[in-house]
Design a binder for this molecule. Structure first.
Ligand SMILES: Nc1ncnc2c1ncn2[C@@H]1O[C@H](COP(=O)(O)OP(=O)(O)O)[C@@H](O)[C@H]1O
Ligand SMILES: [Mg+2]
Length: 381
């Protein structure tokens, strides 16, 4: 059974959309799929999937484990696709006890007998439970959007994932564990080191633990999805995440592809259908199918990803962003010519995009202000 966790750091960037639609795409490709809503406390995956409001879901199960796990697995109208709803019985991941988390992982893993792919729709944030679910795979998905805050959150999420991995491997009491603990306690930040430097130091003081970590890291290649882009230039921000990950976290991330913002998604949601069923030929649905295809093509997750493959994944994504953009503009032209879209509609769209841009500018100014305040305090970026 392949486990595909879908994370982001920030909420509202499209985790549930990706989880639900990938689930459908995999099922259509003949895989036996289970999609689980682990965004406990804010679960809404059933809406994206077009599933009726769940009578009982994971929250119910976690509060009363004796009620049985089988009861939360629901069939859907789509052949090969089953669904585990979240429900709002518990306030969220932050309230999940370690025993509940372990029990949940055990039960999810027990699905392996009759499941090919398990998709985990994770909550926002970087709570330990979320990181642990993400680390059930070495190739978890990270969804981001071009907005600065979304990128920051994706990066912070990955950074926390690497730290979580370090804590799980560098055990307490060992030289590496003690060093990690000492770094964590350094609140002054005077001795703060970036992860690659920390790893160098650990290799010196605890070669055995270091080798074990390296072993894990060679397989650790999270996969990025850039959602809600508006034009090909937005895809460039993926490069920024990639470079930061390489320089400061010591990890190579793969680019799985881009997905354009598509207003058809709103009508799909209102029609209670995943976009790949509602409008399979839309640019957004095609983007999802393309990503599903790439995932299905990678057989085993325990293989090394060569630097050239990482580079190729970014080049492919950039080309796909260009191609999608052209398809989108063709759509607009066709719709205009056929009269389906009036110039008034077009004006409306431009207006709403300007509003969006104004919002982003505000966000940008806020971040600039923070930077200059930090600079005034002597912080050098
Ligand atoms: N590419 C897209 N185009 C248009 N709307 C989108 C797109 N991706 C996500 N959305 C919409 O954005 C909102 C947040 O998406 P969702 O999948 O619920 O995010 P998350 O699960 O990360 O919180 C939803 O209303 C969803 O329909
Ligand atoms: Mg969600």
């Amino acid at each position: 059974m392949r486990i595909i966790p879908v994370a982001s750091g920030k909420g509202g960037v499209g985790k549930s959309l990706v989880s639900a639609n990938l689930g459908v795409a995999f099922a259509q490709a003949g895989q036996r799929v289970v999609v689980a809503d682990l965004d406990l406390g804010a679960s809404n995956l059933h809406l994206v999937l077009g599933h009726h409001a769940p009578a009982r879901g994971l929250g119910h199960f976690l509060n009363d484990i004796k009620s049985g796990f089988a009861g939360v697995i629901a069939e859907t109208d789509i052949p090969n696709l089953r669904f585990i709803p979240g429900d709002g019985e518990i306030p969220g991941m932050a309230n999940l006890r370690a025993s509940q988390r372990n029990s949940l992982v055990r039960h999810l893993l027990s699905l392996k007998n009759d499941t090919d792919i398990l998709v985990l729709d994770l909550g926002a944030g970087t709570h330990q439970s979320i990181l642990d679910f993400f680390l059930l795979s070495t190739r978890g998905l990270v969804v981001s959007a071009p907005a600065v805050t979304a990128i920051l959150n994706a990066y912070v999420f990955l950074k926390n994932a690497v730290f979580r991995l370090m804590y799980s491997i560098f055990r307490r009491g060992t030289p590496a564990g003690l060093y990690l603990e000492q770094m964590r306690k350094d609140v002054s930040g005077k001795n703060r080191q970036y992860i690659p430097q920390m790893l160098k130091e650990i290799a010196r003081i605890d070669p055995e633990a270091s080798a074990r970590f390296e072993q894990n890291m060679t397989h650790f290649h999270p996969r990025l999805i850039m959602n809600m882009i508006e034009d090909p230039a937005d895809a460039d921000v993926a490069m920024k995440i990639r470079r930061s990950c390489e320089a400061y976290l010591g990890i190579g991330i793969e680019h799985l592809g881009v997905m354009y913002r598509d207003s058809l998604q709103d009508t799909a949601l209102a029609s209670r259908l995943p976009i790949v069923l509602y409008k399979p030929h839309s640019v957004l649905a095609q983007g999802i199918y393309r990503i599903a295809e790439k995932i299905l093509q990678t057989e085993d997750e325990n293989f090394d990803l060569a630097a050239t493959e990482i580079e190729a994944s970014f080049q492919d994504a950039a080309l796909e962003a260009e191609a999608d953009f052209e398809t989108r503009t063709e759509y607009v032209e066709e719709l205009l010519h056929s009269g389906a879209l009036s110039q008034g509609d077009l004006l409306e769209t431009v207006k709403s995009q300007q509003l969006e841009m104004a919002k982003l500018k505000k966000e940008n100014n806020f971040l600039k202000l923070k930077l200059s305040q930090a600079a005034a305090k002597g912080f050098k970026p």
